[in-house]
Design a binder for this molecule. Structure first.
Ligand code: T5A
Length: 208
């Protein structure tokens, strides 16, 4: 029997991460893997969901500085990791997370320009290197991902940022994913059936 794993799905807005998490859970179930937990970041605990709300909110009379945004991401993350993810992994449960550290490197590092060294220090201090067994990066062009998100009509603070911000974020994703040997990149610009087909092929190969 395969040992339980920590799988992370990454990508820009509208890349299809949430859809992919549900699809991956279905594939794992078909492989007779029963104990699977889906989480999202920021969020998935009462406290982390409150922090998520704070992060996404537009405070019209005050700008949230980038360091505050980064620290809030990590506050939500450490709460989720310590209370849910680590106990689940210790109990043999498979964890699929919609985003993790790489999002902070891409958005707050690449997009907002916070020094990567500072994020590495935070990560090491908080998690003692809890890295995913597998990261699936859904690579989408910002215009295509945002077009999917725009269909929802209401945009949150981060979704309202410039195209330039999302290009910088994607550049950082592409740079960091190249350095990660435990990662798979999927072209997410295609229709959902083609994306799912590729995810399934790569995931089954990885599980062998
Ligand atoms: N953030 C988060 C940071 O800045 N730093 C961090 O460290 C972390 C953890 C989270 C926000 O926080 C930021 C990033 C985000 O701005 P969120 O609402 O969870 O906020 O945002 P996302 O995680 O980006 O979620 P989205 O819903 O916007 O995008 P998904 O999950 O990638 O996409 P999904 O699956 O919900 O699909 C969106 C729509 O597109 C369709 C779906 O049916 C759906 O309607 N779709 C496709 N359509 C056509 N072709 C495809 N291939 C499609 N795939 C999905």
């Amino acid at each position: 029997m395969i040992k339980n794993k920590f799988i992370v799905i990454e990508g820009l807005e509208g890349a299809g991460k949430t859809s992919a998490c549900i699809f991956i859970k279905k594939i794992l179930k078909q492989k007779n893997i029963k104990n699977i937990l889906l989480v999202r970041q920021p969020g998935s605990t009462l406290i982390s969901e409150e922090i998520r709300h704070l992060i996404k909110k537009n405070f019209y009379n005050e700008e949230m500085v980038k360091e505050t945004e980064l620290l809030l991401m990590y506050a939500a993350r450490v709460q989720l990791v310590q209370t849910i993810i680590v106990p689940a992994l210790k109990n043999g449960i498979w964890v699929i997370s919609d985003r993790h550290d790489l999002s902070s490197f891409a958005y707050q590092g690449g997009g907002l320009g916070i020094d990567k060294k500072f994020i590495i220090i935070l990560k090491k201090f908080l998690f003692n290197n809890l890295d995913p067994d597998l990261t699936i990066y859904l690579d989408v062009l910002p215009e295509i991902g945002l077009k999917r998100v725009f269909k929802r009509n209401i945009l949150d603070k981060i979704e309202s940022r410039s195209l330039d911000f999302f290009y910088k974020t994607r550049k950082s994703y592409l740079k960091n994913i190249k350095l990660d040997n435990n990662s798979i990149t999927i072209n997410a610009n295609m229709n959902i059936d083609s994306v799912n087909k590729n995810i399934k092929y790569q995931l089954l190969k990885w599980l062998q």
